[in-house]
Design a protein around this ligand. Structure first.
Ligand SMILES: *Cc1c(COP(=O)(O)O)cnc(C)c1O
Length: 326
């Protein structure tokens, strides 16, 4: 199952020590997993999920892919790139109204050849079924990649990623006590959790909530738990999952999704100025801020090894230039 992927990225992504920040916060050893360098039109975590979707779509002879997201969706930009590589038509259903000027991820999705529809208030795929119906009436064979690529198949990308991490940690003779990352549609979180249990990696996941709004009928933790229960069966993991396995760390998401504050800006600048690595203002910047806050307020025991899983998002910086300026 985990082997059924269409190659789209550069893997393994590097696992590096953040030497300067480890000197600055000397009670901790800080590391970073560079999924921002996963290749495919400026990288990011969705490449891992898309390898599974594209494999299935090609295998079942689909010719068209639909997915959905916010206007600055990294997931949509990476899906557009994956479709271009695989020779599939790509349709994106994005939140908001068509802007006068395309910028950041939206501009890149356009350049990558996606057919873009604007969906007003809806940014979580609410109109996918009706668009699918319309395209099928035109004779297309339509494969739907869910919002954020977060169903079980997409989560396999991160089960597989844990295998990759385990090999790197073994080779480097390291153990990570904590893994911080941005969690928003839940596939990354569910995949990491399942992978850690399947491959028996001893670590604690620290999913930083990005979007305080869940889905229409469930919270994000409930959505993650559903994925865990499904994955437990298909991967035959010997464990019974409860909501405690699916919780997120809230407290950094109170301003809402896509609202960039001085928190995200300070985190972006701190990593950029100390390590020469760029975060994004919506996801990884917010999660990195959450990690720094845990470190600075000593919510984590001294001597711990901490990994930040960089999930990408670089193009969104250009969209949020006003919030990020001096
Ligand atoms: C999508 C995304 C995330 C969140 O991943 P989920 O699997 O949707 O929770 C984090 N960071 C970036 C940059 C993303 O694009």
């Amino acid at each position: 199952m985990l082997a059924n992927k269409y190659p789209l990225g550069y893997f393994p992504t590097p696992l590096e020590k953040m030497s300067n920040l480890s000197k600055k916060y000397q009670d901790y050893q800080l590391f970073i997993k560079r999924d921002d360098n996963s290749g495919l039109a400026s990288g990011g975590n969705k490449v891992r999920k898309l390898q599974y979707f594209i494999y299935e779509a090609l295998n079942k002879a689909y010719d068209t892919i639909i997915t959905a997201g916010a206007q600055q969706s990294n997931h949509c930009r990476q899906t557009a790139a994956a479709c271009a590589r695989a020779g599939l038509a790509c349709y994106l259903l994005l939140g908001g109204e068509k802007p006068k000027i395309f910028n950041g991820n939206l501009l890149l999705s356009h350049l990558l050849g996606a057919n873009i529809y604007f969906n007003g208030e809806n940014r979580k795929g609410e109109g996918i079924e009706s668009l699918k119906f319309k395209l099928e009436a035109e004779g297309k064979k339509v494969y739907v990649v869910p919002y954020g690529g977060s169903n079980l198949l997409g989560a396999y990308g991160f089960v597989d990623a844990v295998k990759e991490l385990k090999e790197q940690l073994t080779e480097m003779n390291l153990k990570m006590d904590y893994i911080f990352f941005a969690s928003s549609s839940g596939g990354t979180q569910a995949g990491l959790r399942l992978g850690i249990d399947l491959f028996e990696v001893d670590t604690k996941l620290m999913p930083i909530s990005i979007d305080k709004i869940g889905y229409e009928y469930k919270t994000l933790a409930e959505a993650v738990l559903e994925l865990l229960k499904e994955g437990q069966k298909s991967l035959r993991i010997k464990k019974t999952y409860s909501i405690d396995d699916a919780r997120l760390i809230h407290g950094y998401d109170s301003k809402g999704y896509g609202v960039v504050t001085s928190n995200e800006k300070s985190a972006i600048k701190e990593l950029a100025e100390n390590e020469g690595i760029l975060l994004d203002p919506v996801y990884s910047g917010r999660a990195f801020y959450g990690m720094l806050d845990h470190i600075k307020s000593q919510k984590i025991e001294k001597g711990a090894n901490i990994l930040f899983w960089h999930t990408g998002g670089l193009p969104a910086n250009f969209y949020y230039s006003e919030e990020l300026m001096p």
